[in-house]
Unconditional design. Structure first.
Lengths: 326, 553
């Protein structure tokens, strides 16, 4: 196997170094974001009025002994900065603490709940891309009317709030037609409506950028030459144009994963699904500080990681950016 | 038990007695509270899917003590004693008992054939372990523990005789022991950590906890060895159902849709707007029963103006058109609770039901007498240039029905010139304004329990500022030596007629003082799919009991 010419190899080496440096900077930035999120959430939860000991006890008329027991056990009698220091050092060691309300390790709750949320996010992203590929690819560059309708539908889809769509889907396909279950999180059938509610608006966004790219691509000379070689319209679109038009949509998907995880809060509540989102909603309601912080950190981490990956991907995929780094 | 301010969200509700099924809009006054939902010969086997609104945070009802815990616990725990529809105490795990003349010691003679589902034998040591567990601060019990404030210790006389010592006479002891909150758990299971016991408590009941998928369901399986059903049950031996899947579906309309589709077999906390459609649906039957205790209410803060004046309190009550609101916004599905005790509470007396009837003329007269004679530009009454305003913090966890009810009260108070300030706030805000401080004029809440001793928790002066506690269960600030004396005397006698007379006095004092606006009793409201039969509502706290239930699918 013959290696690339020597100057090329040097260039590659420098490029990777630059990429590594960039990755390091991004990681440090990500760590700062996570620290800020952890600190802000901690302060916000502690600033809520009311004795956390009462929030932990939950029920009514706790005895003085019960309150004293809880206060001691959770270290609530310590000064705030001591509690914060303890909390940060625990966090650095990977201890997210014990949920007040459920009395389980937060990491265990997150592990139990994240599967369902990941399923939902994956299903939504899948739905998004199926819709984009079917709709955008078939309606772009088909003459004024069809293309216009295609673009309008995308705009409307992008403007629809997921919670509203969720209720409409629920009322129509679960309450009315009874095609899908109204609640639950076991089985593919329970995934269909929530995934549509999250995926359809996102498909509107992704469709819009993909359409723009596709319009440009379809006017390129290589498309014309493909057509002249006798390739069918469908084959031109799938095999030649699509590959050149996906990049904006794919990079948008990186951001979308973060947005989808955020969107699951509402969707999981509406469809009575288990998952991180609904857990966060309940944790806020019950003033369960460790759990709120834990889940917020997980969501923030997924945003940070997705952004770093997309950033790095840009630099790997697009050679022009690499040049700029040097 | 209890919950201070509506977080039973969906569970808000109430009706007359058990409004049984199809089309009969009015409450049937059959006293057989545990009426079954349908007839036929029971068959063994199958799974019943039950959908409820709130998920508990711990399955052991000793710890904390919120209603959703006891809903499930009733299926897998047995109690020392049972309570029937009339409020009489009967045997269960204890076959009989003696109470000492001074009311300070209870000697329980226990069944000898009972085993917990982990194989541990039920005996006197188990009784001791359970009562000790409930009062242990580590258990963090706010319900069972608070009902055992008088508990000193248990002596194990022999393996099946337990002698319980109390610090002061407590005639309500047997009543609270009949509640699922004080159910008996395996001492071996109790010896584990609190967290483990929350996750998988072990009882001797007809079902056992198999698995708890958070935010989804609790799976219960039949206890095949069960042979100690309470005398109130409809059959003996093991339960009919193989499995119970106890699902959590918080949204009431989603819950109802799941029932209509047959995805679930029974739902509870049926919302008011679904009663009509449920009645018209031939596949669905309704089973409802009110709960005992202090009904859904607003406590008047008598420690400050304007409710430091009984005339203003009565005026507020008389100006509140609760009956009209029940008809209009709650579809006539709920009955009025007019007295301090729900009508299914032992020693309830009906003579106070009408003390709160709508009477705006009387309200206006009382306000005039109290000096609220001025009017401001918006038509509200004033005194010394101050508007007559009533601050009502509203938890954001109140059910829609309860929220709407208070909006109706707000509208009808305006007619007599009282400004009602409905102030929405989150759980922590409620904790701050109302549980620990006195920054409210009306505190919304309820208290479910099967004894009239609830009046002591809600109106007794000892619960205004108990040393060391920040939470006051007496939300009115009412401090009355005569009431305190009567309510304590009622604990000192075992004689039912003497108790009845004393609790009548207590109800009279509270009613005449106009300390609360009571609205509707708390209730269990079940809708049952055609697949399911024999579901009952047990008498101690009026909660679902699936031991006699069976399915044919």
């Amino acid at each position: 196997m013959s290696g690339p010419p020597a100057p090329g190899r040097r260039e590659t080496h420098a490029e990777w170094l630059a990429l590594l440096r960039l990755g390091g900077i991004r990681l440090a930035g990500g760590a700062f974001v996570l620290w800020a999120v952890a600190t802000l959430t901690f302060i916000a939860m502690r600033q809520m009025p009311g004795d956390p000991a009462l929030a932990i006890l939950g029920g009514i008329s706790p005895t003085p002994q019960a309150i004293a027991e809880v206060t001691r056990e959770y270290g609530l009698d310590q000064p705030l900065f001591v509690q914060y220091g303890r909390y940060l050092s625990d966090l650095l060691q990977g201890h997210l603490g014990i949920s007040y309300a459920q009395r389980l390790p937060v990491s265990q709750i997150i592990a139990e709940q994240s599967g369902a949320t990941l399923q939902l996010v994956a299903a939504s992203l899948f739905t998004t891309w199926v819709l984009v590929l079917l709709w955008t690819l078939t309606t772009t560059g088909r003459g004024r009317w069809i293309a216009g309708i295609g673009a309008t539908v995308e705009t409307i889809a992008a403007a629809v709030p997921p919670f509203w769509l969720a209720i409409v889907l629920l009322a129509t396909f679960a309450f009315g037609l009874r095609l899908f279950p109204a609640a639950g999180s076991d089985g593919v059938r329970t995934l269909v409506l929530p995934a549509l509610a999250l995926g359809l608006p996102l498909a509107g966004f992704v469709g819009q950028v993909t359409r723009e790219a596709l319009v440009v691509t379809l006017e390129q000379p290589f498309i014309l030459s493909a057509r002249m070689r006798g390739a069918s319209d469908w084959s031109v679109r799938w095999r030649h144009a699509l590959r050149h038009s996906l990049l904006p949509g794919v990079s948008l998907s990186g951001w979308a994963i973060g947005a989808l995880i955020g969107g699951t809060v509402v969707i999981e509540v509406i469809f009575s699904r288990k998952g991180l989102g609904r857990q966060l909603y309940q944790a806020v309601q019950s003033q369960d500080a460790p759990l709120v912080i834990g889940i917020t950190l997980v969501i923030a981490t997924s945003y940070v990681i997705a952004n770093i990956l997309v950033d790095l991907l840009y630099h790997i995929i697009d050679p022009r950016l690499r040049k700029d780094d040097q | 038990m209890t919950r201070r301010s509506g977080p039973a969200a969906g569970a808000l509700a109430a009706t007359s007695l058990l409004l049984a099924l199809s089309g009969c809009g009015a409450g049937s006054d059959s006293a057989s509270g545990g009426r079954t939902a349908a007839s036929g010969t029971p068959v063994s086997g199958g799974t019943l899917v039950y959908a409820t609104d709130r998920e508990p945070t711990c399955l052991d009802p000793h710890s904390q003590g919120d209603m959703p815990q006891v809903y499930i616990a009733q299926q897998f725990l047995d109690s020392l004693v049972s309570m029937d529809e009339k409020g009489n105490i009967g045997p269960w795990l204890a076959q009989r008992w003696e109470v000492s003349r001074d009311g300070l010691t209870y000697t329980f003679h226990l069944r000898r054939d009972v085993r917990f589902t982990d194989g541990v034998r039920f005996d006197a040591a188990a009784v001791k372990a359970n009562l000790d567990h409930m009062v242990d601060p580590k258990t963090q019990s706010s319900t069972a523990g608070s009902y055992l404030a008088q508990y000193l210790r248990t002596d194990v006389i022999d393996s099946h005789t337990a002698k319980v010592h109390l610090a002061t006479p407590y005639a309500a002891f047997l009543e609270v022991l009949a509640q699922g909150f004080l159910g008996m758990e395996s001492p071996r299971a109790l010896a584990r950590s609190r967290d483990e016991n929350c996750q998988s408590p072990v009882g001797s009941g007809p079902f056992r906890v198999v698995r708890w998928d958070r935010q989804s369901q609790v799976v219960l399986e039949r206890n095949p060895d069960y042979a100690w059903a309470p005398p109130t049950a409809r059959h003996t031996g093991p339960a009919y159902l193989d499995r119970v899947v106890w699902k959590f579906i918080p949204d009431p309309s989603v819950r109802f849709a799941s029932l209509q589709a047959g995805d679930v077999d029974v739902i509870d906390a049926l919302p008011p707007e679904s009663h009509g459609p449920a009645r018209q649906n031939p596949d669905i039957t309704l089973l409802m029963k009110d709960r005992p205790g202090n009904p859904t209410k607003g406590d008047f803060n008598v420690t400050r103006a304007p409710f430091d004046d009984v005339r203003v309190r009565e005026a507020f009550v008389r100006a509140a058109n609760v009956a009209g609101a029940l008809k209009s916004v709650l579809f006539g599905e709920y009955t009025r609770a007019g007295g301090p005790l729900s009508h299914v509470t032992p020693f309830y007396n009906a003579q106070f039901e009408h003390a709160q009837d709508y009477d705006p003329q009387r309200a206006a007269r009382l306000l005039d007498e109290a000096g609220w004679t001025g009017r401001d530009s918006e038509g509200y009454r004033t005194r010394n240039a101050r508007r007559l305003t009533v601050k009502v913090p509203m938890s954001d966890q109140l059910s829609n029905a309860e929220r709407t009810l208070w909006e109706q009260v707000q509208a009808s108070e305006k007619k007599v010139g009282i400004a009602v300030d409905l102030d929405p706030m989150g759980a922590s805000g409620i904790l701050e304004c109302c549980s620990t401080a006195w920054d409210y004029d009306i505190r919304i809440g309820y208290w479910n329990t099967n004894t009239p001793d609830v009046l002591r928790f809600v109106f007794g002066s000892e619960f205004i500022d108990r040393p060391g506690t920040s939470y006051h269960t007496n939300g009115t600030g009412f401090r009355d030596a005569r009431f305190d004396r009567v309510i304590h005397q009622a604990l000192e006698t075992q004689d039912p007629e003497a108790r009845r007379a004393l609790y009548l006095d207590a109800q009279r004092i509270v009613s005449q003082e106009y300390l609360q606006l009571t609205t509707i009793p708390q209730s269990t409201r079940l809708a049952i799919y055609k697949t399911t039969h024999g579901v009952r509502i047990e008498p101690s706290l009026s909660i679902t009991y699936l031991y006699d239930a069976w399915v044919r699918k």
